[in-house]
Ligand binder design. Sequence first.
Ligand code: CTP
Length: 416
Amino acid sequence: MADPLRDRFVVLGVSGSIAAYKAVDLASRLVKAGARVDVVMTKAATQFVTPLCFQSITHRRVVDDLWDRNSEMAVEHVGLAKRAAAILVAPATADLLAKMALGFAEDALLTTLLDTRAPVVIAPAMEGDMWANPLTQEHVAKLRSLGMAFVEPEEGRLASGLSGRGRLADPEAILGTLRQVLGRGGDLAGRRVVVSAGGTQEPIDPVRLITNRSSGKMGYAIAEAARDRGAEVTLVTAPTALAPPHGVAVAPVDTARAMHRAVEGAARGADVLIMAAAVSDYRVANPAEQKIKKRGEAADGLTIELVPNPDILQEVTGDFVRVGFAAETEDLLANAGAKLRKKGLDLLVANDVSGAGSGFGSDTNRVILLGRGGEIEELPILPKRAVADAILDRVVAILAGRGRGAGGRRWVETHR
Ligand code: CTP
């Protein structure tokens, strides 16, 4: 399944904040993601950025005047309001929020917003004290209560030179929320999906630890893909260098035992558990409380005793679709098949981590999907996001099969 932004009509509403220049970048990212972007600007916004600037990126006419007699504008705002799959307002000023909350319709943007039934995502930007002002907060609360989604401003240096919470949120945060909103009607809508990611860390002493080469990219891609398909996602993640995905509940953990507890809690009542994390099979029996010092004259070795960790996939019980990963360096199919049976999985994603373009740290992955009934699907090298969607295609089929009872269609039959 593709990016929820692809081929969707998105109205980008821009109001008069200095952050309007950042909306140009947003427009560009939206276009790159395949969205059809109609920009609607307030008069004040045009003081900061020209309509031509947006038009050059979107290749579509920019609407900035409700009363432009030369355009089809008299009806165009209605057209935009009805056609939009979603409306993103970024940046939204305090003035615009107030007018939206009161139902003003004095310009093209406000009219479009008042006239639409599409979901609305709002990314405010303003001086910190204006954002904190109880009046602004009251308007935000009102708009939230009407179902509008907010991507709150960030803390940082503001145009005034002062610091505070008022800076337009990071573009990926804004687009993540927009994707989540657009994905609500997806094939995982109403489903609760738990994903684990990253390599767990087992302490040896306060400064050293045992971990592995997992980057977390595969698990994060699955969490984002599930979010984009409408799922309510919990991502239980060991430490990674990745930015937490937006629109996903993130539970950070470090050790395998901490991950066990977090997954157990999150999986209660879940529809799907996908264990993409590389969980340390062993932990140090007695981690030292103080840093271990070099002993004697170097030649003396150091022995660390390891004890087994719980197998999370095997031990967390529940009526969810259970998906595991197998990272293998030899006898891929035989080892993976054995793992699927031993861990009682519905689906196993096997990857040969020794191959190029596959496995740890890579942006691509080459996997073989194994089903409970012996189904085997070999995928080519694909970006991790595409692998994530292929896994979720199978998960959706398994969920649908369960809904139809024991005679449900097996996913292998739906392939190709
Ligand atoms: N896994 C788990 N808990 C563990 C170890 C692994 O839940 N303590 C999960 C992983 O998240 C993955 C799957 O089990 O989805 C397979 O992990 P892997 O380490 O490849 O398999 P093991 O059963 O540990 O076998 P081996 O290390 O011998 O290959």
